[in-house]
Design a protein around this ligand. Structure first.
Ligand code: DAH
Length: 340
């Protein structure tokens, strides 16, 4: 090999190394190329760098500069090629330092989350869980709950009948009666479950939805216990600054009856706070003595309170969703926002 000028030799090596790099097909071959040109012991570019001392002093700076430039170019090409070889599609724009994309593992539905959170609060307050059948009789769904069959709530228009007097329960309140029949007081139960109504499917109604029923019966249960328990629940669920209001209402199975509203404190992004409008979260009341008697309880001795709420509605209020159907449409892009 004739002794070319070192700068010429470097330019030739540069071209040769770049060609070798771009023709590699795997990381091993690429490592061989790196060693051939830049290996510390006898890489061909490394040898030139190491031989600088033997050159005439006036040539050294220019050759040194060129050798370093070629070394940088070749190193850059090696890095780029590693990226290409390791990327699955061979795309050069792939950034291998990015964290791996996690597979979507699924999550709990926002309404299921609301049921779990609500149930969790009542469990901490000493309640146990109860359940009853979704297909029930007129007696449990209406009559035992002090609701005569000619009452508007018992209207066939609203209730899905299976047989003559067998229906899909229109609320979870029949679980009150079934629980009282099975157990003696004291009772403190929570009963979440599906209920059914002949409703059109729109932004605030679905023909099947979840309710959560609550019932407390014992000696000496008063309106104070009723208000304190539900206010405590509301503050644990909606936050400590929440205001709670009991608005007089009517349900056949409670006397007196109330609708419970909350006024939430919302913290804005800049840290300032704002109160919401009053939001209705449940129906409730002191259990009507006639209902206790229907269950075989002595209404002179025992008193109690009951409440019923819709976790779907509560989830809508919590997440500021204004169309209930978005919870039922099974669009994972929408639902995955709520996954914890
Ligand atoms: N069952 C009622 C409904 O579906 C809700 C309700 C109101 C439940 C008052 C109760 C109660 O236990 O005390 O609209």
């Amino acid at each position: 090999m004739s002794e070319a000028h070192p700068i010429e030799a470097l330019k030739a090596l540069e071209a040769e190394a770049l060609a070798a790099i771009s023709s590699t097909e795997d990381a091993h071959a690429l490592e061989d190329v790196r060693i051939r040109y830049l290996g510390r012991k006898d890489g061909r570019i490394s040898l030139i760098l190491r031989g600088l001392g033997a050159l005439p002093a006036d040539e050294r700076p220019a050759v040194g500069q060129e050798a370093n430039r070629v070394k940088d170019v070749v190193n850059g090409a090696l890095e780029e090629r590693v990226r290409v070889l390791l990327s699955p599609r061979g795309a050069t724009s792939e950034d291998l330092t990015l964290p791996a994309r996690r597979p979507w593992k699924g999550g709990l539905h926002p309404v299921t989350q609301a049921v779990d959170e609500i149930w969790g609060i009542f469990r901490d307050l000493g309640f146990t869980r109860a359940r009853g059948p979704e297909a029930d009789t007129e007696w449990y769904n209406f009559v035992a709950l002090n609701t005569p069959l000619d009452h508007p709530a018992a209207d066939e228009q609203d209730t899905l009948y299976l047989l003559d007097s067998v229906l899909l329960r229109s609320h979870t309140s029949p679980v009150q009666m079934r629980t009282m029949e099975r157990y003696d007081p004291p009772l403190r139960v929570i009963a979440p479950g599906w209920v059914y109504r002949r409703d059109t499917y729109d932004a605030t109604h679905t023909p099947a939805f979840l309710q959560i029923e609550g019932l407390v019966v014992d000696e000496g249960v008063t309106f104070v216990d009723f208000k304190a328990t539900l206010a405590e629940f509301a503050r644990r669920y909606w936050g400590p600054g929440t205001r709670v209001r009991f608005r007089p209402s009517f349900f056949p199975f409670t006397e007196p009856s109330a609708e419970v509203d909350v006024k939430r404190v919302i913290t804005r992004e800049d840290g300032t706070t704002e109160e919401t409008d009053w939001l209705e979260i449940m129906g409730a009341g002191m259990v009507d003595p006639a209902v206790l008697e229907n269950a075989g309880y002595d209404s002179e001795r025992y008193t109690g309170f009951a409440f019923g709420m819709g976790p779907g509605r509560i989830a809508m209020l919590k997440h500021h969703v204004d169309d209930l159907r978005t919870f039922f449409d099974d669009d994972v892009r929408f639902l995955s926002q709520f996954a914890s």
